[in-house]
Each structure stands twice: as C-alpha cells, then as structure tokens.
Design a protein around this ligand. Structure first.
Ligand SMILES: Nc1ncnc2c1ncn2[C@@H]1O[C@H](COP(=O)(O)OP(=O)(O)OP(=O)(O)O)[C@@H](O)[C@H]1O
Length: 273
C-alpha cells in the first residue's frame, strides 16, 4: 500500500527525530527531538555549524540513512518505503556532484531513467536532452566527457541528472561550493528559474551566505541538536543565539544582509556607496 501523496501540502514532515551514532567511548547525539516541516513550493535552507547534522538530515529525507528514533515523511510516506519510486519523487544534487567520468554528459543525465528499464533508449535520450536544455546547456555538450567541462557546467549536468525523473522535491547539498562568484550567481539564477517554472520544493544545505540570502524563502537553523528557528532572514537574526550572531551578524553576514536589502530596495544602495 502506498501512502504517498504527490499533492500533499507538507512535502517533508520531520517529528521527534533522534540521530545517535555509536562512537569509541560513548555515543554522539547529532539530532535530539528535532522537528521540521517543509511546505510545497518553499526553498528552505538548512544552516548550522560544522557537524550539526545537516548532511545527515538530507540523507534521511532521501531515505539513504534511517533515524535512530522519530519520523521522517516525504509526501506522506517514509522515504525508505518509496523504493524505486523514491527516485521519481526526490532529486538530489550531491556536494561533490560527481559525474561518472567514463560516461558522456548525456549518459550521465540519462542514467537514473535508463536504470529503471521502463522506456526505450531513444525516449530516454530525448528526455536527457530536454533536461540538458533545461539547465541552460545546448545539445553540442551532450557528447562531451565530464573532464571537458568547467565546474559550473558539471554542476548543471549533475542538476539535470537530479531532475531527470521530474521529482517534485529537490535536495541540494552546497550547490555553489567550489564555484567562482560569477558561476555561483548564474547557478543561483538557474535554480531560481527552475524552482519557479517547475513548481519545485527545494531543501538546500549551504554555508554560502550569498546563496542562502539570494535563494531561500525560509531558513532553518540547526544548533543544539535541533532546529532552533525556521523563518525569514529577519526572523532568524532576531533570535539571540551564539551561532546566529557569529554567522549572520559578523562582518560577512552584515555585508550580505545589506546587499540583500539593496537588492530589494535599490533606492537605498547609492546612499551607502
Ligand atoms: N554514518 C555515520 N556514522 C557515524 N557518524 C556519522 C555518520 N554520518 C555522520 N556522522 C557524524 O554526524 C555528525 C554530523 O555530520 P554531518 O555531515 O551531517 O554534518 P554537517 O552539518 O553536514 O557538517 P558540515 O557543515 O561540516 O558538512 C558528524 O560529527 C559526523 O561525524
């Protein structure tokens, strides 16, 4: 019986989640009674210090890792129970979005669909070409090998692969890591456009403040083994917590927040220049 509901308004529902790892000499509690709900159409960013369990949480949403206790539901069903169907519901762009170096761009994009063995190869290739175009790359790139691509192009191809099954939910782990500022801005523009056009729900882990403030519709902060706040940038910085002070209100954070305000209200920018 499938309880999955593609139209569910709550796309990710996490309640009472505990993640505990056995370590030499004791246990490491990464998540302690953590709760988080992600609604349809959000771009929710997870931020937190190193080791706060952001990547583990993404893997739990994807069904690659089971929580020690508690519930994770994706579109109403436990992600591990979705099996092969899971690939059609959740796309994932891994941090080191590694492409298979021995496969061409087109074969990398086609791989998840080809593995299902449901469609004739000509249709699989057509679908992969559509996705290549969707991420802003022309068909002339289809037969290139990953070693011929720039870092920005590799991210785009990995994104095309994550979208090959038209999943309603897209998970991004550090999507702009390793990109120069120009490639990073252009990748953010692409993500924003795809989010709008495809009506995606996006969950993103990022350390990059510019990416965070540029894309997020809501920010969830992981600290003290749980989500201490989930809201707009303004709501998040209103909470007095050491991580938030350090991350958002340090020099870099202040500059990024001012740039965001200038973007929303360009009339303010010249006064500050
Ligand atoms: N399979 C595992 N077995 C044991 N410990 C693990 C496992 N996976 C993660 N951990 C531990 O859980 C903690 C959280 O890891 P995670 O990678 O989710 O952190 P993160 O918030 O993504 O950190 P960063 O921002 O540095 O990438 C780390 O201390 C890590 O060592």
């Amino acid at each position: 019986m499938s309880l999955m509901d593609p139209q569910a308004d709550i796309v990710v529902d996490i309640q009472g989640l505990w993640t505990v790892f056995a370590k030499p000499g004791g246990e490491q509690v990464v998540h302690k009674d953590l709760a988080l709900q992600i609604r349809r159409g959000e771009i929710l960013s997870l931020v937190g210090g190193s080791g706060t369990g952001k990547t583990v949480l993404l893997r739990q949403i994807l069904g690659l890792q089971a929580p020690t206790r508690g519930q994770v539901r994706v579109l109403g069903a436990p992600p591990a129970a979705l099996g092969a169907q899971g690939g059609a519901l959740v796309g994932m762009l891994f941090q080191h979005g590694a492409l298979f170096s021995a496969f061409s761009v087109l074969d990398n994009i086609a791989l998840p669909l080809r593995e299902l063995k449901l469609l004739p190869d000509a249709l699989v290739r057509d679908a992969a070409l559509v996705k290549l175009q969707m991420v802003g790359l022309g068909p002339e790139h289809a037969h290139k090998m990953p070693s011929d691509l720039s870092g920005g192009m590799i991210k785009r191809v990995a994104l095309a692969r994550a979208l090959i099954m038209d999943p309603p939910l897209l998970l991004l782990d550090e999507p702009t890591a390793g990109l120069d500022p120009e490639a990073s801005d252009s990748f953010c523009d692409l993500l924003r456009g795809l989010h709008r056009e495809l009506g995606l729900t996006v969950v993103m882990v990022t350390h990059d403040l510019d990416t965070l403030l540029d894309l997020s519709t809501r920010i969830a902060v992981l600290a003290d083994q749980r989500v201490i706040v989930a809201g707009s940038a303004q709501e998040v910085i209103a909470l007095d917590h050491p991580f938030i002070r350090h991350y958002f209100l340090g020099g870099r954070g202040q500059r990024a927040l001012l740039a965001l305000q200038d973007k929303k209200d360009p009339s303010r920018a010249p006064e500050r220049a």
